[in-house]
Design a binder for this molecule. Structure first.
Ligand code: ZN
Length: 299
C-alpha cells in the first residue's frame, strides 16, 4: 500500500516531486504499472519489477528466489522481464514478500502458479496473504488482491537458503503486522556487500491509536525503526524503488559508475525520514484523541 505519505517520504528524500500525490487507490501512480527494462543490480540480484514497484530476482545454479509480485496485473510483465534476462520462470523455487498489500503481493498468485515455487511469508502477514486482504484498521480503502497460499512461514531471524543464496528475515512490523525486511550478502568486484531489502514503513492511512485489529501498531513501528536503524547496508533495495533512488542509480551504473548502487548512507536516511513522518502522523492522531499523552514522541 502506498498513499500520499509514501510520496511525502520520497519527496523528503528528494527523490521525486510532491506533484505525484495519489489521493486513493483509484489514483494509483501510473509508474506502478509502467514497464521497466530489467537489470542486474549487484551480485546475482536483478531488478524485474515495474518503474514504480520493485520485484527482485536472486539467481543461482540451484534455482532462483523472487521477492514480491507487485500489482496483480503486473505479473506477466515480471515474467517477461525474467525471460528478457535469460532466466526461466520455472527456475523460481521460492517466493518471498515484503508485506501483504496489493501493490507488493498482488502478483504472487499468478507467479506462484506459473513457477511452481514455494511461497514463504511471516506468520504476521499469513492471514492477509491467504485472504487477499489487509489487516488492521486503516482510513484509506486498501484494495484486495488474489489470495495466495503460504506454504511455509518464516520466523524472525530465520534464513531461507537455496544453493548459495541466503535470505534472512528481519521482522519489521508496523505498516502491516507481518512486514518483513530481507537481508543478504553478495560478492561484487571482490567485495562482500550487505544488501538490505527494507519493507514499507509509511503510515499510509494506518490508525495508530486505538487500532482494534492491531492494538500494538505504534509500538511495532518504533521498534522496527530501531531494528532497521541498527542494520548496516551497503546496498538498499526497497519495495518502492524511489525510496533508494534506484532507477537513477541504474542510469549512473549504465553510464559507467561501478559503485552506483553502493551507499552506506542510504538506509540511515530512509529510516530517519520514515521515522519523522511516522512521529508526525502519530502526533496528529494523538491531538485528535484526548487522553493519549503517553504516546508522545519517543525520546
Ligand atoms: Zn504497503
Amino acid at each position: 500500500m502506498s498513499s500520499w505519505r509514501d510520496f511525502a517520504v520520497a519527496a523528503a528524500l528528494g527523490v521525486m516531486s510532491v506533484a505525484a500525490l495519489p489521493g486513493s487507490a483509484a489514483a494509483r501512480p501510473a509508474i506502478w504499472s509502467q514497464p521497466q527494462a530489467p537489470f542486474r543490480i549487484v551480485g546475482d540480484i536483478y531488478y524485474v519489477g515495474s518503474k514504480g514497484l520493485a520485484a527482485y530476482l536472486l539467481v543461482s545454479p540451484q534455482g532462483d528466489i523472487l521477492l514480491d509480485g507487485t500489482l496483480p496485473e503486473n505479473a506477466p510483465m515480471i515474467e517477461r522481464n525474467i525471460a528478457a534476462l535469460g532466466f526461466r520462470i520455472r527456475d523460481i523455487r521460492i517466493l518471498l514478500n515484503s508485506h501483504a498489500h496489493y501493490d507488493h503481493a498482488g502478483g504472487l498468485t499468478r507467479l506462484k502458479a506459473d513457477s511452481g515455487a514455494v511461497m514463504m511469508a511471516s506468520d504476521g502477514d499469513r492471514w492477509a496473504l491467504e485472504h487477499g486482504a489487509s489487516r488492521g484498521d486503516n482510513t484509506a480503502s486498501i484494495p484486495g488482491y488474489p489470495k495466495v497460499q503460504v506454504d511455509q512461514t518464516v520466523a524472525d531471524g530465520q534464513t531461507v537458503r537455496l544453493g548459495p543464496l541466503a535470505m534472512t528475515a528481519l521482522l519489521t512490523p508496523g505498516h502491516t503486522p507481518g512486514c518483513t525486511t530481507w537481508i543478504t550478502e553478495v560478492a561484487e568486484q571482490g567485495r562482500r556487500l550487505n544488501v538490505v531489502f527494507p519493507s514499507c514503513f509509511t503510515v499510509a492511512g494506518n490508525v495508530l491509536i486505538g487500532n482494534q485489529a492491531y492494538p500494538r501498531i505504534a509500538a511495532d513501528y518504533r521498534s522496527s525503526f530501531n531494528r532497521l536503524g541498527a542494520l548496516k547496508a551497503d546496498v538498499v533495495l526497497p519495495a518502492h524503488p524511489e525510496f533508494a533512488d534506484l532507477l537513477r542509480r541504474q542510469a549512473r551504473a549504465k553510464a559507467g559508475d561501478t559503485a552506483a548502487f553502493i551507499d552506506a548512507g542510504q538506509l540511515p536516511r530512509l529510516v530517519a525520514a520514515s521515522k519523522a513522518d511516522f512521529e508526525k502522523a502519530l502526533a496528529a492522531q494523538a491531538a485528535k484523541t484526548p487522553g493519549n499523552a503517553s504516546l508522545g514522541p519517543q525520546p
